[in-house]
Write a protein that binds this ligand. Structure first.
Ligand SMILES: C[S@@+](CC[C@H](N)C(=O)[O-])C[C@H]1O[C@@H](n2cnc3c(N)ncnc32)[C@H](O)[C@@H]1O
Length: 200
């Protein structure tokens, strides 16, 4: 039976090495991640990148000195990221956020999540947010970047932009919110962008 996440593998596989066929692939790190890394130079240790795609954010995090693991459900995305960054010291792994190995639990000093939560239908949201939360070590930090929408707005999806109050689930599952920013970013996919920083 087809799973809700199978289309990711089909997309990466059919792209056949052409990043123009991957709508979210910019081949550069997220500017909000760059800003975070330049403001948190004291943060070090193990990092996890959720839904890493072609690996640019993982590369930046590894260059900032973190011992970095980057996961994606798509084996073609992971193969591609490995090829792009074969000279870098990054562990790229095929993993499903919903079935993470036990050793991932509470074991990362920095977790970066960009645009994965919104890429799955809303019914997956609590389980996904709980799974991401479970990877953050005691005192570790989690940076979340997500497209969002205002109450009452509708977008067909995917992606399925988040409402602000859905991010409250990170606090429900035990994290403390340290920073929160909203950016207006109107497109046919979403109207807002959220950046949130949490600590365990
Ligand atoms: C919209 S893309 C975002 C990619 C990248 N994080 C970025 O910001 O450009 C979502 C990524 O999450 C991956 N993904 C989707 N479901 C996943 C799951 N259950 N576990 C791990 N990765 C998943 C997809 O394969 C895809 O690469």
């Amino acid at each position: 039976m087809k799973k809700d996440t199978d289309w990711f593998e089909e997309l990466y596989n059919n792209a056949d090495g052409d990043s123009c066929a991957i709508p979210w692939a910019k081949l550069s790190p997220d500017p909000l991640l760059l800003e975070f890394l330049s403001n948190h130079k004291n943060l070090q240790g193990r990092a996890l990148v959720i839904g890493c795609g072609l690996g640019d954010d993982a590369k930046e995090i590894a260059d900032a000195g973190f011992d970095t693991i980057a996961i994606d459900i798509s084996k073609s995305a992971i193969k591609w990221a490995k090829q792009r960054f074969e000279e870098d010291d990054i562990t790229f792994c095929v993993e499903d956020i919903f079935h993470l190995p036990k050793e991932y639990l509470h074991s990362f000093d920095f977790v970066f999540e960009s645009l994965t939560i919104q890429s799955l239908p809303i019914t997956f949201r609590p389980e996904m947010i709980e799974a991401i939360t479970s990877t953050v070590a005691s005192n570790g930090k989690l940076l979340v970047v997500a497209h969002g929408k205002n109450e009452g707005e509708t977008f067909e999806g995917p992606p399925y932009p988040l409402l602000i109050n859905e991010l409250g689930l990170f606090q429900k599952y035990g994290l403390k919110q340290l920073e929160f920013s909203i950016y207006e970013e109107s497109s046919n996919l979403s109207s807002l962008k959220f950046k949130a920083l949490y600590q365990n």
